[in-house]
Design a protein around this ligand. Structure first.
Ligand SMILES: [Zn+2]
Ligand SMILES: [Zn+2]
Length: 97
């Protein structure tokens, strides 16, 4: 078994609980409030690990909607939908200038 790292273990649960207790219930991805009960990493977990930063540090955690707690307003699972898949197509601005 690898040592507990990232999103598992006591430290992660504690960090997440603190985030839910102290951060306002607003999704940092879609900006809607209500039910943003997943903890998301900002910057991403990959980035944090690459930089050797602590993924359980509250400075890097944000509340977000997810598959278990979809947004009541836009019905998105924000945490998952911002991943590699399901990216909204970039608006092609036909710049005239
Ligand atoms: Zn959201
Ligand atoms: Zn939303």
């Amino acid at each position: 078994m690898p040592r507990s790292h990232g999103r598992s273990g006591y430290r992660w649960r504690k960090a997440r609980a603190t985030l839910m207790a102290e951060a306002p219930d607003v999704c940092h991805i879609c900006g809607h409030s209500g039910g943003a009960n997943e903890a998301d990493h900002e910057p991403s977990l990959k980035t944090l690990e690459a930089l050797g930063l602590d993924p359980c540090d509250l400075r890097f955690l944000r509340r977000a909607h997810g598959t278990w707690f979809r947004c009541p307003v836009c019905d998105r699972a924000c945490n998952q939908s911002k991943g590699d898949r399901e990216l909204p197509p970039a608006p092609r601005s036909s710049r005239a200038w």
